[in-house]
Design a protein. Structure first.
Length: 489
């Protein structure tokens, strides 16, 4: 009965539908106030509104947008079609998440059977990282897709034993270039350590080569360096804000805004938690396998297939190198989740192939799947409820109210600069004004309304002629940032 449930196509479709729901709602109510979402959104917004297709800024006071342009190009193209910024900013990540899930199901099913394919699919969708990132305005999901496709291409070469052809190298070059233009050389961190370790093990495992040659790697790096060097030469403050503060600062206390350094073990407990219960399943099945072999680790290594060794090298290599980089944040480790899903599928296939205990083992797998669904669904529900309860989208609502009031009353309106990078996007105003500049324009009759931080409003109202307070944003408890008010004539 359990086997029939896991192999039933209705089960796969039901899980896919639930996964799509979780991916779509976990970040509700939508806003841009954390995880650098505003910087990523600003990239495409400025491309469309001001035609800055390669280098952007966050605001006049806050410097440049520090993101390579590929994700911004995709969002700009989607906006041209849909005319909705929410769709344009969030659809790329959602589509990439759906494609990763589909490719996991397809590749694991072909190699290890339908049950393993379902587990790989479910492991990706039902955890605490994938639903969170699926509609977040960030480049993590597109980057994970590119890295996954590269790793999957290497896996296919190892599985079939085929040599690298010219068209394969061009495909690698295209994927690596896309990764470079999404988030820079970090794409190397998730792939090269695993490739190096696998190549060292290849003589013992007898597997095919995971190395496609130098030119796809160096060619993609050259394209990124052209973008970076051109920015340093022709874009003001690019070197300080992008090269030093965004890239170099991640490796230590360098740059004006050096990233906080965390322990080398930072990712491990977070991964065990965020990838639960699949992390527990991976560890548990590894222990069961070693116990069945009499704890002979060397024997287990020799008998392990080359493709499984590649999955281990791929996932563990990326984890170790990212752990050595001082600057850390939980979402940055996400690209190792897809190979871990494939690794879980391999273990489940081996675990359920034991005919003597097959029914019992399938019940354990089904129980793990049920726990994963409940765990991720509970997490998503809690985030949505707390988001609306704490008014997480208060600034977004405030921006919409300002735009509606301005359109109704034919106001010319602006905003005074603040630490909230999302405010210009909510107001659809490409520039912040400094307080003295805002006072001058107001008193000259050039603007009719002004969005300002609430703590600056009393002082400004004394300087602005004929000013009245209209309304203010609701306190956002979890962000601990100031409220905003609209001053109008």
């Amino acid at each position: 009965m359990t086997e029939g449930l896991l192999e039933n196509r209705r089960t796969s479709w039901a899980l896919a539908a639930l996964m799509l729901v979780l991916f779509s709602i976990t970040n509700l109510p939508w806003h841009l106030d954390d995880y650098d979402q505003a910087k990523q959104a600003w990239t495409s917004y400025e491309m469309v509104t001001e035609g800055h297709w390669f280098y952007q800024r966050t605001s006049d006071d806050q410097g440049l947008a520090t993101k390579p342009p590929l994700t911004g190009w995709i969002s700009a193209a989607i906006f041209t079609i849909t005319r909705s910024w929410d769709v344009a900013w969030r659809l790329p990540s959602l589509l990439c998440a759906a494609l990763i899930a589909f490719m996991l199901f397809r590749s694991a099913s072909r190699a290890y059977g339908n049950v393993a394919g379902l587990i790989a699919f479910a492991a990706f969708g039902f955890n605490l990282l994938s639903p969170r990132l699926a509609t977040l305005v960030r480049a993590d999901m597109p980057l994970a897709l590119v890295i996954f496709l590269v790793g999957l291409l290497i896996l296919e070469k190892i599985r079939t034993g085929e040599s690298w052809r010219t068209q394969d190298r061009w495909l690698m070059f295209g994927l690596l270039t896309a990764g470079m233009l999404i988030k820079g050389p970090v794409v190397y961190a998730f792939l090269l350590p695993g490739i190096v370790v696998y190549q060292l093990c290849k003589s013992k495992t007898g597997g095919a080569s995971a190395w496609c040659g130098w030119w796809p790697w160096l060619g993609s790096l050259a394209i990124f360096l052209i973008w970076a060097i051109a920015g340093c030469l022709w874009v003001p403050r690019f070197y300080d804000l992008v090269v030093l503060d965004e890239f170099v600062a991640r490796f230590g206390a360098v740059g004006a805004h050096a990233h906080s350094s965390k322990s080398v073990f930072f990712y491990l407990p977070h991964l065990l938690h965020k990838f639960f219960p699949w992390s527990a399943l991976l560890i548990g099945l590894a222990i069961v396998d070693l116990r069945g072999r009499g704890w002979r680790v060397r024997s287990a290594f020799i008998e392990t297939s080359p493709q499984t060794i590649w999955l281990i090298c791929w996932s563990v290599g990326g984890l170790l190198l990212m752990s050595l980089i001082p600057s850390k944040r939980v979402d940055r480790i996400f690209p190792i989740i897809p190979p871990l899903c494939l690794l879980a599928a391999v273990q489940v296939a081996r675990f359920t192939n034991d005919e003597k205990h097959r029914a019992r083992n399938l019940r354990w797998v089904t129980a793990t799947l049920a726990v994963a669904v409940l765990f991720s669904a509970g997490y998503a529900a809690n985030r949505v409820v707390s988001g609306y309860r704490d008014h997480r989208d208060a600034l977004s609502i405030f921006g919409r109210q300002v735009r509606e009031e301005a359109a109704q009353n034919h106001w010319r309106y602006e905003a005074i600069g603040s630490t909230d990078e999302g405010l210009p996007l909510y107001l659809m105003r490409p520039h912040f004004l400094k307080p003295d500049e805002a006072v001058t324009q107001w008193n000259a009759g050039q603007i009719d309304a002004l969005a300002v931080p609430a703590n600056q409003a009393p002082e400004l109202m004394r300087e602005l002629h004929d000013s009245t307070r209209r309304f203010e944003s609701t306190q956002r408890k979890h962000l601990r940032r100031p409220n905003y008010v609209l001053l109008s004539r």
